[in-house]
Design a protein around this ligand. Sequence first.
Ligand code: ADP
Length: 244
Amino acid sequence: MISIKGLKKQFDDLEVLKGMDIEVRKGQVIVLIGPSGSGKTTFLRCLNALEIPNGGEITIGDIGANFNGKVPKQKLLKLRRQTGMVFQSYNLFPHMTALENVMEGPITVQKRSKSEVCEKAKALLEKVGLGDKIDYYPFQLSGGQQQRVGIARALAIEPKVMLFDEPTSALDPELVGEVLKVMKDLAEEGMTMVVVTHEMRFAKEAADEVIFMDGGHIVERGDPMTIFENPQNDRTRKFLSLIQ
Ligand code: ADP
């Protein structure tokens, strides 16, 4: 479902991604961990074509782009539509209700009919447990509820892959569980997911593979048991001892 080869990204002189290779099969859940500044967010933003890589190849589903040359804008838009992104800070439109937030992408980006999109959006809000809050504005919702709207919104464009960028780190601790539950349900339904998170319990319970990144490289990768119980690399060990 995802194939990344030699992915590079730099901001001015700062090399943030130094050539990453990742293959993700359909239905797999990949959890990315690593110290702050190691390039995790930049990696997700490249997958979503919010950042344009300086080199390497990204293929998601049937759309591929080679960033060793110039990639046409149309191709970037197609690539972006392959993924739904969930942000740490929800990024909902404050002047729109939950329902309008979820409908926005399919209507403006995909030009789908309003009535069809409305039904689908209601079903998605139902799915994330917010069927009774569809007419609420973001300020009327808790952080956990806003993030669940964020997940429904990302799902609305029917992406092949869901990307989560620290989706629970802005939440009060008692609200984390409701968001992780929605994510686990999605994983169980077979959604392909790439998740940046500090929630090690989620990683242990839901990840097929954990990737530890440091300094723009993949340092170590493996199944959660191995990474958490028997990490091979010193840097992984040190990082885990600081957060667990
Ligand atoms: P992580 O998600 O692992 O904390 P990031 O991908 O957010 O790491 O950041 C990696 C590095 O790239 C950091 O040094 C950060 O300051 C830098 N960086 C990220 N985005 C930009 C940007 N738009 N312009 C300049 N530097 C950036």
